[in-house]
Design a binder for this molecule. Structure first.
Ligand code: URA
Length: 198
C-alpha cells in the first residue's frame, strides 16, 4: 500500500500509512465517511490493540475508540497498568460502516493491507485483538471469540491475546468481568501487575 524506502522511522511510516488511509477510495465506505480513522498512539508501542471499525464518534473525530466503548477501553487499559499514550490502537476497517453494520469481506480485503503495514511499522510484542473480526483476521481462524479469549497465542513474532470487544461487554456484567480479568492478565504478562501470591 505504501512504498517506503526502508530508512523511515516507525513514526514516519505510520504518517505515510495515515495519509494513504485518509486519501483511500478503495471501497464504498469512503462515500459515507466524515473522517477516515487510521489509528492512534505510540509508534514505539509494545502493545497494539485492534478493534473492528470506527463508530459515529470515531468518524466525527478521526480517532479510534473515543466514544462509550473507547472510555471503557481506557478503563480496561488501567487494569493492565497501561495508559493510552503508551499503546497503539487501530481497527480492521478504517472507515465507518453504515449504521455500524458488520465489516463485509470485500471491505476487509481492501482495508487490511493498511493494518498489516501498521503492524510492520510498530512491530509490537503484544497484539490484543478485540472481538471476532480482529481475532479472525490476526489469527487466521474461523473460531469465535468466546472460545479463544484469554488464550495467549504466538503468531510469528507476536504474542496475540484475543479478548471480548469492549462494546459487547459494556452492558453485560458477566462479559465485563471476563474482559477485565483478561486485561489484568495482560498487565501480568507485561510485568505491570503482580501475579497472585507475588
Ligand atoms: N469500536 C471499534 O471497534 N472501534 C472503534 O474505533 C470504536 C468502537
Amino acid at each position: 500500500t505504501i512504498s517506503p524506502l526502508g530508512d523511515e522511522t516507525s513514526e514516519q511510516l505510520l504518517g505515510m500509512i495515515g495519509d494513504a488511509v485518509r486519501a483511500c477510495r478503495k471501497c464504498y465506505l469512503c462515500e459515507g465517511r466524515t473522517n477516515a480513522v487510521p489509528g492512534f498512539g505510540n509508534a514505539g508501542a509494545r502493545i497494539m490493540l485492534i478493534g473492528e471499525a470506527p463508530g459515529k464518534n470515531e468518524d466525527l473525530q478521526g480517532k479510534p475508540f473515543v466514544g462509550a466503548a473507547g472510555n471503557y477501553l481506557t478503563e480496561l487499559l488501567g487494569y493492565a497498568g497501561l495508559t493510552r499514550e503508551e499503546v497503539f490502537i487501530a481497527n480492521i476497517l478504517k472507515c465507518r460502516p453504515p449504521s455500524n453494520r458488520n465489516p463485509q469481506p470485500d471491505e476487509i480485503f481492501e482495508c487490511t493491507p493498511y493494518l498489516r503495514d501498521q503492524v510492520r511499522a510498530i512491530m509490537p510484542e503484544y497484539i490484543v485483538t478485540m472481538g471476532n473480526f480482529a481475532t479472525k483476521f490476526i489469527l487466521r481462524t474461523d473460531r469465535g471469540i468466546t472460545g479463544l479469549r484469554g488464550n495467549l497465542q504466538k503468531t510469528g513474532q507476536f504474542s496475540v491475546l484475543p479478548v471480548f470487544h469492549p462494546a459487547a461487554a459494556i452492558y453485560d456484567r458477566t462479559k465485563r468481568e471476563v474482559l477485565e480479568a483478561d486485561f489484568v492478565y495482560l498487565g501480568r504478562l507485561l510485568g505491570n501487575v503482580p501475579w497472585e501470591g507475588d
